[in-house]
Design a protein around this ligand. Structure first.
Ligand code: AMP
Ligand code: ZN
Ligand code: FE
Ligand code: FE
Length: 282
């Protein structure tokens, strides 16, 4: 497939370095690659530099933010934002710090439950990446407490799990505004299990949402049709991707394996151009 707008690298909880992700994308025939690490953009310039080795690949710089709603979690993607903006970087830094504090607490809870893992080991696994639950899951697997990352989520660190710890997050509307402030294009991520989606889409659209994922991971055809209908009703660009995190984290959708229309990315790029053109004139 030519378009994949949702991927992760070692800059957050993915497995591949940004350069490796770019090389793999080229191998898979991807022509437009969105890189959307959690709370981090430090892989973007590395990926863009690497992509210069090939004429076939365009990187769509992005980010993924986690937000809170009363009964769950909603993720927001942002594309083509001015990510060098110092205020934006400061905010992302705060989010990454919150990830660290909350990761530590989850490790403490796990240890108290008799599942001894070391915080230093979690830090080592994460490397320079924004710390996430997958890193903790890996430490649990290494110690032989469980057989797979999936099992860690199912038994311990999933949202309802006994070792899960919350972190404070923005609301979806606040996250949309944060991205809009730095000329980003906010896109609702994997909305398949969101309850009461029309109310949320209405609020987010008013705040500046421009798109939503419709073609995601293994969404079945009925889901894709349903979400495409939502996107049409709210005049949102239907986007999507694999949410590829790399091998070794359990079952993963392959990079470039989700059929995302070329039109999605062309619309994002056109909107970006239109807005930045306007900003330059004003
Ligand atoms: P965090 O950002 O620390 O809350 O962790 C969320 C990340 O964990 C997601 O972006 C996925 O990469 C991963 N994840 C979430 N749920 C699962 C699951 N059930 N099995 C495996 N990985 C998961
Ligand atoms: Zn992730
Ligand atoms: Fe997500
Ligand atoms: Fe993701």
């Amino acid at each position: 497939m030519e378009v994949d707008l949702h991927t992760h690298t070692r800059v957050s909880d993915g497995v591949l370095e940004p350069e490796e992700l770019v090389a793999l994308a080229v191998e898979k025939g991807v022509r437009y690659l969105g890189i959307t690490d959690h709370d981090a953009t430090n892989g973007l310039s590395r990926a863009m530099k690497k992509a210069q080795e090939y004429d076939s690949l365009t990187i769509i710089p992005g980010v993924e933010l986690s937000t809170d709603v009363p009964n769950g979690e909603v993720h927001l993607l942002g594309y083509l934002m001015d990510y060098h903006d110092p205020g934006f970087q400061r905010t992302l830094g705060q989010f990454r710090n919150a990830r660290e504090g909350r990761g530590r607490k989850m490790v403490e809870k796990l240890c108290a439950m008799g599942l001894d893992i070391e915080w230093d080991r979690v830090l080592e696994i994460a490397g320079d990446g924004a710390i996430g639950r997958p890193h903790i899951a890996q430490a649990l697997v290494e110690k032989g407490h469980i057989a797979s990352v999936k099992e860690a989520f199912n038994k311990y660190i999933g949202r309802q799990g006994p070792a899960y710890v919350e972190r404070s997050r923005l609301t979806p509307v606040e996250a949309v505004k944060l991205l809009a402030e730095v000329n980003g294009l906010p896109v609702l991520a994997h909305p398949g299990d969101i309850q009461n989606i029309d109310a949320l889409l209405g609020d987010m659209k008013d705040a500046g949402l421009v798109g939503m994922e419709v073609y995601y991971d293994h969404y079945p055809e009925e889901m894709v049709n349903y979400l495409a209908g939502c996107a049409r009703r709210f005049d949102l660009i239907p986007c999507g991707g694999s949410d590829y995190h790399g091998e070794g984290l359990g079952a993963q959708t392959d990079l470039g394996s989700v059929d995302v229309p070329l039109d999605s990315v062309l619309k994002l790029l056109a909107l970006d151009k239109e807005r930045k053109g306007k900003a330059a004139r004003s």
